[in-house]
Design a protein around this ligand. Structure first.
Ligand code: NDP
Length: 295
């Protein structure tokens, strides 16, 4: 019985963070500039607060300065826009991140549009996404989770050019940019979504599968072509009486089955998850380098 190579996102993310730490300190030594990231959190969603805390901690660990604006749930869109415009004008800030989702009375489009594309480290500004989609154009930033998926393929020496890739999911933050990135790397890309008929037939043809659905264990071993590479973005809590918290996290791919068929696979947790924050730090560093013309 064959068993897939485990793609260790945690280890790769640690390595990338070490590389970033070294670059941040070189930048500080040579030109006296420390990269800065500003995070805007509106409301008191527990999960969002946790994400923001983790991003701050990650910044600290590599020497990036972090700034945080916490606004109450009932703030107006105008107040959020005021913070964004202050950060846009502040030369000590190289990255601006608005934690999503925003309260429902706010227009996400207006707010994401207001972030300067030079500081759009999440890569969610429509101009950055548009450039990602166009041939011969380059975005200033690429969204962190899909960028982390591609980085894992690169660091494990997995060829993308000419391969058949399937992305399951088409969200603005993961699936759609993942498909655009794979296409830029010269894969032939299919996108499977909730209205796709016979998804397993399409998925079965893929050499590379990126699953970003939010459905626990949806992709079965029998849907996977033998030898395919599986990148599982899904983070889904499922009940587990044996776990201390009463739940555990599983991916969108049934790992036990898939690892018998695939040639390489990311685990959940410990696969794509840690890469997302590493890519945020990397985007913030490259923004600071670009702003100060530092190579
Ligand atoms: P969304 O809910 O925004 O998008 C899910 C996508 O999956 C949609 O495009 C939807 O199709 C599609 N979909 C839903 N059900 C099916 C189905 N049965 N068959 C095929 N396609 C389906 O989720 P996100 O993209 O934000 O996140 C996806 C997963 O990735 C989640 O588990 C999330 O927790 C995880 N995630 C992990 C991150 C990380 O590792 N750091 C970061 C972000 C997300 P349609 O468009 O037709 O509705």
């Amino acid at each position: 019985e064959s068993s897939a190579k485990v793609i260790d996102g945690k280890a790769v993310a640690e390595q990338i963070r070490d590389e970033i730490t070294a670059e941040v300190s070189r930048m500080k030594d040579e030109i006296g500039v420390v990269p800065g990231l500003a995070v805007i959190l509106v409301g008191d969603r527990k999960d969002s607060a946790t994400y923001v805390r983790n991003k701050k901690k990650a910044c600290d660990s590599v020497g990036i300065t972090s700034f945080e604006a916490r606004l109450p749930e009932d703030s107006s869109e105008h107040e959020v826009l005021k913070f964004i415009s202050g950060y846009n004008d502040d030369p000590s800030i190289h990255g601006i991140l608005v934690q999503l989702p925003l309260p429902s009375h706010m227009n996400e489009q207006n707010i994401l549009n207001a972030v300067s594309i030079e500081k759009d480290v999440d890569g969610f500004h429509p101009l950055n996404i548009g450039r990602l989609a166009m041939r011969g154009r380059d975005p200033l930033f690429v969204p962190c989770t899909p960028k982390g998926c591609i980085e894992l393929l690169h660091r494990y020496g997995i060829d993308i050019k000419g391969k058949r890739a399937v992305v399951i999911g088409r969200s603005n933050i993961v699936g759609m940019p993942a498909a655009l990135l794979l296409q830029r790397e010269d894969a032939t890309v299919s996108i499977v979504h909730s209205r796709t008929k016979n998804p397993e037939n399409i998925i079965k043809q893929a050499d590379i599968i990126i699953a970003a659905v939010g459905q626990p264990n949806m992709v079965r071993g029998s849907w996977i072509k033998p030898g395919a590479v599986v990148i599982d973005v899904g983070i889904n809590p499922v009940e587990d009486a044996k776990s201390r918290r009463g739940y555990r996290l599983v991916g969108d791919v049934c790992y036990e089955e898939a690892c018998k068929v695939a040639s390489a696979i990311t685990p959940v947790p410990g696969g794509v998850g840690p890469m997302t924050i590493a890519m945020l730090l990397s985007n913030t560093l490259s923004s600071a380098k670009r702003a100060h013309n530092f190579q």
